[in-house]
Write a new protein. Structure first.
Length: 138
């Protein structure tokens, strides 16, 4: 029987204890606790209440450290993180909507072809229909 190689944890799996997270970020463990209390990062918890940080948490902590090192306060950092998360969500939604538009264009083309096959005496549909115009300018 072949043995399986263990896969590394995903970016959102909380596996790093606070001392390792502190070493990876260059921050003091007490600073990590402070950022947790301030809501800038939300590490996972063990059954006993110990913090466990994910790779995503580590990246967030590094960003917080970078922003605070240039003089941005914790409230400013919180707002920047919120805006970053909003941008990520909006980009994902935009991608989703673009896929939906492409799918709907295909459906419209199929429907138009089927209609013209059934009714060949209909006047030719011009490329200036609303479906054709949508997205051409965008």
């Amino acid at each position: 029987m072949a043995t399986r190689k263990p896969r590394p944890p995903g970016p959102n799996v909380p596996v790093y204890v606070i001392s390792v997270a502190a070493e990876l970020t260059g921050l003091h463990p007490q600073t990590l606790r402070q950022y947790d209390r301030a809501g800038l990062v939300s590490p996972g918890r063990t059954g006993g209440g110990g913090r466990r940080y994910s790779l995503h948490d580590i990246e967030t902590l590094r960003m917080v450290a970078q922003l605070t090192s240039v003089g941005i306060g914790l409230e400013g950092v919180r707002r920047i993180l919120e805006l970053e998360n909003t941008v990520v969500a909006l980009r994902a939604r935009n991608d989703e909507l673009q896929r939906e538009v492409a799918r709907l264009r295909q459906v419209a083309e199929l429907a138009t072809s089927a209609l013209l096959e059934r009714r060949p005496n209909l006047p030719a549909l011009r490329g200036s229909t609303a479906i054709s115009r949508f997205g051409q300018d965008h």
